[in-house]
Design a protein around this ligand. Structure first.
Ligand SMILES: Cc1ncc(COP(=O)(O)O)c(C=O)c1O
Length: 404
C-alpha cells in the first residue's frame, strides 16, 4: 500500500497568506460596505511594461509560423536571455559570471524550494528569523528539520539567526556551524538589508567553514544605497561558496508571467562534486524550461526601453514605500525598511502581538497587512506593509492609519 511522505504532516498550520485570506474574506462578508485596502501580499499591481508586451507579441507571432516556431527550450534557458543576464546583471557590476552558470527557471520560489535537493539530509540549515517561509518549509518536506516546537515556533534541527531592531536586522554568526545558510537581502519580510561589507563577512565565514550560502536577491532592483551589493558575487570569494537566486517578479512585474534564474558558479565543489553539474542534471531531468515567449519577455527587460520603463515602475512602488514609511513615523510608529526594498516593517504598538495588530488594523482602518509572527518567532511584535499597492490606495491607507 502507498505510504505518504509523512514530513508533510509535520508542517504546521496553514500557509500564512491563506489564513490572512480567510480572515479578510470573513471580514468583507460581514462588512460589505467597507473598502478594504490590501497592503499584505507581496504581489505587484502595475501592468507589464510596453517594451516587454511588444516583445511578447513578437514572440507569439513567431510561434505561429513554421520557420520561427520554438518547441522545447534548451535546458539552461535560451542563450539570448542568459547572455543578457550575464552582461547586465553581472559584467556591468564587475562580477565574473558566465552564461553556462545561469539556469533560467519559472521563478525564485521554485528554485529556492528545489535547491535543497542537492544536499544530503543531515546538513544543518541556518535561516534568518523572520524568514521567507519557503526556505524552511521545503526543508521540512525533505525531512531535514527535526521536530517542531509548537510553542516556540521553531524546528529542532534548524539554526535560527534572529534579525530584530536590537541588532539592526543584521544576523550574527550562529553558535553552531551551519552547512547551508539562507540569506535574502534586501530582505523579505523586514525590508531591511546589510551592506556589501557585512555581506563580505558572510562570504568569508562560509568559505572558512565549508558552508554554502543560498543568496536570494529577488529585491535587488529596489536597492537605492551605494554600499549595498546587488549580487553576492560583488564579494570576493563568493564563487566558491554561494548560489544566487533571482526573480523577474518584483523588478518587472512577472509574478503572473513567471521567470527567474539561479546562478551556480563552477567553483562550487563539495566532496568533489560540482554543484553546477548536479543542478544541470536536476534541471534537465525535472524541468522543461520557461516558455520561449516568456524568455523573450525577459530579454526585453534588459533592452534600453525596458530598463527605462522598469526604472519608473520601481520608482512608483518606492514612492509608495516613502508614503508608508513617512506616514507611520508621523503616526508615532517605530518603522524599518522601505529604503532598499518595497517592504515596511513596523513595531506593533502597545505590546500587541502581530496577529492582534492585524485584526486591529483590519477592523479599525480596513487595511490588510501581514503579521510578522507568520515569518518566524522573531517576527512576533512586528508587522509588514507592502508598497505594491496603487499610489491612491497607499495614501488612503496611511490617512486611515494616521487617524486611528
Ligand atoms: C524572498 C523571495 N524570494 C522569492 C520569491 C518568489 O519569487 P518568484 O515570483 O520569482 O517565484 C519571493 C516572492 O515574494 C520572495 O519574497
Amino acid at each position: 500500500m502507498l505510504k505518504v511522505n509523512d514530513n508533510y504532516q509535520k508542517l504546521p498550520g496553514s500557509y500564512l497568506f491563506s489564513t490572512i485570506g480567510k480572515k479578510v474574506a470573513a471580514y468583507t462578508q460581514a462588512n460589505p460596505d467597507r473598502k478594504v485596502i490590501r497592503l499584505g501580499i507581496g504581489d505587484v499591481t502595475q501592468p507589464i511594461a510596453p517594451a516587454i508586451i511588444a516583445a511578447m507579441h513578437r514572440a507569439v507571432d513567431e510561434m505561429g509560423k513554421a520557420e520561427t516556431f520554438h518547441g522545447y527550450a534548451p535546458d539552461l534557458g535560451y542563450e539570448f536571455l542568459r547572455n543578457a543576464i550575464v552582461e547586465n546583471d553581472y559584467r556591468a557590476r564587475g562580477c565574473e559570471i558566465t552564461a553556462d552558470e545561469i539556469f533560467v527557471s519559472d521563478g525564485a520560489k521554485c528554485d529556492s524550494g528545489n535547491i535543497q535537493e542537492l544536499f544530503a539530509l543531515d546538513n544543518r540549515i541556518a535561516v534568518t528569523d523572520p524568514v521567507y517561509p519557503v526556505y524552511v518549509d521545503s526543508n521540512v518536506m525533505a525531512g531535514r528539520t527535526g521536530t517542531y516546537d509548537e510553542g516556540a515556533g521553531v524546528w529542532s534541527d534548524v539554526i535560527y539567526m534572529p534579525c530584530t531592531m536590537e541588532n539592526d536586522f543584521v544576523p550574527a554568526f550562529p553558535k553552531e556551524t551551519p552547512d547551508v545558510i539562507y540569506l535574502c537581502f534586501p530582505n523579505n519580510p523586514t525590508g531591511t538589508t546589510i551592506t556589501r561589507k557585512q555581506l563580505q563577512t558572510w562570504v568569508d565565514y562560509a568559505n572558512k567553514n565549508g558552508a554554502l550560502i543560498i543568496y536570494d536577491a529577488a529585491y535587488e532592483a529596489y536597492i537605492s544605497e551605494e554600499d549595498v551589493a546587488h549580487s553576492i558575487y560583488e564579494c570576493e570569494g563568493a564563487r566558491t561558496c554561494a548560489i544566487e537566486l533571482r526573480s523577474f517578479s518584483k523588478n518587472a512585474g512577472f509574478t503572473g508571467v513567471r521567470l527567474g534564474f539561479t546562478v551556480v558558479p563552477k567553483e562550487l565543489v563539495f566532496e568533489g562534486q560540482p554543484l553546477n553539474a548536479m543542478w544541470a542534471r536536476r534541471h534537465g531531468t525535472k524541468y522543461n524550461g520557461a516558455p520561449y515567449i516568456v524568455q523573450r519577455a525577459g530579454e526585453a527587460v534588459y533592452s534600453p526601453e525596458g530598463k527605462a520603463q522598469l526604472k519608473e515602475q520601481v520608482a512608483t512602488y518606492m514612492k509608495n514605500a516613502h508614503v508608508i514609511y513617512g506616514g507611520l513615523k508621523e503616526a508615532g510608529y517605530t518603522v524599518f525598511g522601505g529604503i532598499n526594498a518595497p517592504y515596511i516593517w513596523l513595531k506593533t504598538p502597545d505590546g500587541m502581538t502581530s496577529w492582534e495588530f492585524f485584526d486591529f488594523l483590519l477592523e479599525k482602518a480596513n487595511v490588510v497587512g501581514t503579521p510578522g509572527a507568520g515569518f518566524g518567532p522573531s517576527g512576533e511584535g512586528y508587522f509588514r506593509l507592502t508598497a505594491f499597492g496603487s499610489y491612491e490606495n497607499t495614501v488612503e491607507a496611511l490617512e486611515r492609519i494616521k487617524a486611528l
